[in-house]
Design a protein around this ligand. Structure first.
Ligand code: UDP
Length: 466
């Protein structure tokens, strides 16, 4: 067998939203570092957001490249990095992708489940497909239980808690915390299950020790083939990769952070596409001033929204007192979280942010908004014991009008509880640090994620030889 035949070729087809594209690009880089020839397939615009890190990997000898899909003349893709939402239709990519795949048949294609048309295309061409759902094993377990048992149909109100049945760890939710597509029986859960059933398996941005019970349940009870290869963000080992991940970030907050005491700063971010109830920023700002702890708050694009502005004089006061920094653009999240001064992370529980907090051993205040974030919250607080809940009770779609406000008193209580440093928090910090060590070990040679990545490559190799 010559070495060319032995080299496994993997394609990666990310979805152009922040929390999905970023980890899949990391994953392609991770597989390339294991020797798989990796190609990331994106639109030319999306390639701009990560091409520098790919160039650096190429210069280090990793077999990785980008294939930019040429869209038909006059067609503009609405799928642009950081702005696509789960509702974005990406079928415009179908034709150019098909042409590329017919010419270049890889050993597998890892694709994002939000490209809802893609599974059929890969089956038609005969390409082994591997699903990426942007989350952990927990999501698949909860989704399957909701689909099978419909516990949310058996409660008396939207706010009556129920335990998700049949799971190895206790996950308690309310109907108000479930996505619309679960409640309205749109058939999306069935479609997701069907797509997964016929796939070769799934690659998961998680590590075994983060969710051992759900990983085992998923593989043994549900019979899923899943390779847990994360945390993928740990492939960003140098400062430039970290600073440019997703978008080029403004690093000016880091100097401010470096002057702060260990564990004294709360980092606040709600992911790549935050969307809030009108007036939410005012509530947060009041709570922060009342709690009197230092903070970095990424207000992102939502700040431009005329319904969400900061109270008069707030920015001037926090600047003068050196109590806080507001980031209106893209924050260098990995670089912030790894600073010793950061003692807490107020997060919307996006899977990536949650994992990144875990990797840095930072306890969290959980404020889920949408997607599967309410499940992730329960993992952080009830299962892992490394966070406190702010008290968010309502799932809200990016599109939805009805948005629940979390009042300032609740925010203040949660901030004081986490940043106050009582015995409870000392324990949380200890558990968070232990988990961070396990995360790092997982991706090192011989670690569980390292071995899972190698196992997938080996399996693809043996299929090739057959
Ligand atoms: N992120 C960042 N800077 C920002 C906002 C987000 O680097 O200002 C990154 C963050 O580190 C994470 C991703 O964007 O990797 C967001 O993914 P997540 O799953 O947490 O949330 P989503 O954006 O999908 O809601």
């Amino acid at each position: 067998m010559d070495s060319k035949t032995r080299t496994v070729e993997m394609f990666f087809f990310p979805f152009g939203g922040g929390g999905h594209q970023i980890p899949m690009v990391d994953m392609a880089r991770l597989f390339a570092s294991h020797g798989a020839k990796s190609t990331i397939i994106v639109t030319p615009t999306n390639a701009l957001h990560f091409q520098n890190s790919i160039l650096r990997d190429q210069n280090s000898g990793h077999p990785i490249s980008i294939h930019a899909l040429q869209l038909p003349d006059g067609v503009v893709s609405s799928e642009s990095a950081m702005s696509a939402t789960p509702f974005t239709d990406t079928t415009v990519l179908q034709e150019p992708l098909k042409l590329f795949l017919i010419e270049h048949k890889p050993d597998c294609i890892v694709f994002d489940m939000f490209h809802r048309w893609a599974a059929e295309l890969f089956d038609e061409i005969g390409i082994r497909r591997i699903i990426f759902n942007g989350s952990g094993c927990l999501l698949g377990c909860v989704a399957e239980s909701l689909r099978k048992y419909e516990p949310h149909e058996k409660v008396g109100s939207d706010y009556e808690p129920f335990v998700v049945p049949g799971l190895p760890d206790r996950i308690e939710l309310t109907r108000s915390q479930l996505p619309d597509f679960v409640k309205d029986k749109s058939g999306r859960l069935d479609k997701m299950a069907k797509d997964e059933e016929k796939s070769f398996g799934s690659v998961v941005n998680s590590f075994y020790d983060l969710e051992p019970a759900f990983a085992d349940f998923s593989r043994k009870e549900m019979g899923k083939k899943a390779w847990l290869v994360g945390p993928a963000s740990l492939c960003n080992t140098n400062v430039t990769d970290k600073a440019e991940r997703g978008k080029k970030a403004d690093q000016s907050c880091l100097g401010w952070l470096d002057e702060k005491e260990p564990n004294s700063v709360l980092y606040i971010s709600f992911g790549s596409k935050p969307s809030f109830a009108p007036g939410q920023f005012v509530e947060i700002a009041h709570a922060l001033e009342a709690s009197n702890h230092s903070f970095i708050w990424v207000v992102g694009k939502a700040f431009k929204d005329e319904e969400n502005f900061l109270p008069g004089g707030f920015e001037e006061r926090i600047k003068e007192s050196k109590k806080g920094v507001i980031i209106k653009g893209w924050a260098p999240q990995l670089l912030i979280l790894e600073r010793g001064a950061v003692g807490g992370f107020l997060t919307h529980c996006g899977w990536n942010s949650m994992l990144e907090g875990v990797c840095c051993g930072v306890p969290m205040i959980t404020w889920p908004l949408s997607a599967e974030q309410f499940c992730n919250e329960k993992l952080v607080t009830d299962v892992l014991g490394i966070g406190v809940q702010v008290g968010s009770i309502e799932w809200m779609s990016i599109k939805s009008e009805k948005k629940a406000l979390v009042v300032r008193e609740k925010v203040e209580v949660a901030v004081k509880r986490l940043m106050g440093g009582g015995d409870e928090v000392v324990e949380m910090r200890k558990r968070a640090r232990e988990l961070a060590e396990k995360a790092k070990k997982a991706v090192q040679v011989g670690g569980s994620s390292y071995m899972d990545a190698d196992a997938l490559i080996e399996e693809l190799k043996s299929l090739k030889e057959k």
